[in-house]
Design a binder for this molecule. Structure first.
Ligand code: FE2
Length: 275
């Protein structure tokens, strides 16, 4: 989402972040707000009153701006990664998710430090291969990278057919496997509002991918690393395969992750992190 910050005639700024009209007195407050907006996963956009009118009325402009801000955001993260990983023997893989427009792939692939493994089989060390896909099964949000379960299976199998040692392979598939503790999300009604039960609690349903589950059951890789369903952090075993979803709470300023220690024979340890 684009969050405009509109410069006023007196040099102050106004933004409607989180639905509240907020006044920012100077550049310092504006920059702090931009950081807050970015850390929430949104895109701050500094403009003035006439720019705001254009944003309101010109759909094509707004759409192109959204793609540009998204690609610029990724470039900013890549620059940070390049600065901090310089000279270190750390491999950094970043792949898109279903909400990411295709414009960001170019930014991801332009880096000499960050590796974009999307749609490929990569060897992360001498013992482990990894397949990666940011594509998802259909969602209510009509995001850029979602498709049918059949097509998903096709995308995954095209990589799986090239894996040499499946027993040590990592499946980096954005969507978690269907019908697991890591694919539960609120059920939504026709207006996209969460359905509540008689007691007032939100009704949770399994929304993961059947294709993801199927390729894991069929191929029995070492590890599945997933995301997509922010509400369902955790891990589950499907046969011998450990599947992990760190979940996400970036909207609350929390970064969630997983630290997984691999050795040549398997998974030495794993831990979900938050900070
Ligand atoms: Fe997603």
């Amino acid at each position: 989402m684009i969050v405009p910050i509109v410069q006023q005639d007196d040099g102050t700024f106004v933004t409607g972040y989180l639905g509240n009209r907020q006044m920012l007195k100077n550049d310092q407050e504006r920059q702090a707000m931009e950081k807050t907006i970015r850390n929430s996963g949104y895109y701050p956009y500094l403009t003035d009153k006439s720019g705001m009118e254009k944003l309101d009325s010109d759909t094509k402009f707004r759409d192109e701006l959204f793609s540009k801000l998204m690609a610029d955001g990724v470039k900013r993260w890549i620059t940070i990664a390049e600065e901090r990983l310089k000279g270190l023997k750390v491999k950094c893989y970043i792949s898109p998710g279903n909400d990411d427009r295709f414009e960001i792939d170019e930014s991801l692939k332009s880096s000499s430090t960050v590796i974009c493994p999307e749609d490929q089989v990569v060897s992360i060390d001498d013992h482990h291969e990894m397949i990666t896909s940011g594509w998802a099964n259909q969602t209510p949000w009509n995001s850029p990278r979602e498709t049918t379960e059949e097509k998903l299976a096709e995308i995954f199998n095209q990589m799986i057919s090239k894996v040499q040692h499946m027993e040590n392979c990592i499946f980096g598939l954005h969507v978690p496997p269907h019908n697991t503790p890591i694919d539960l999300a609120p059920e939504l009604d026709a207006t996209l509002k969460p359905v509540t039960s008689g007691g007032g609690g939100v009704v949770m349903i399994h929304v993961g991918s059947h294709a993801v589950r199927q390729v894991i059951e069929e191929n029995k890789p070492l590890l599945g690393i997933h995301g997509h369903i922010h509400e369902s952090n955790g891990f589950v075993k499907i046969g011998r395969t450990l599947c992990i979803n760190p979940g996400s709470e970036y909207g609350a300023g929390l970064l969630r992750g997983a630290v997984i220690n691999l050795d040549p024979k398997g998974i030495k340890s794993y831990q979900l992190t938050q900070g």
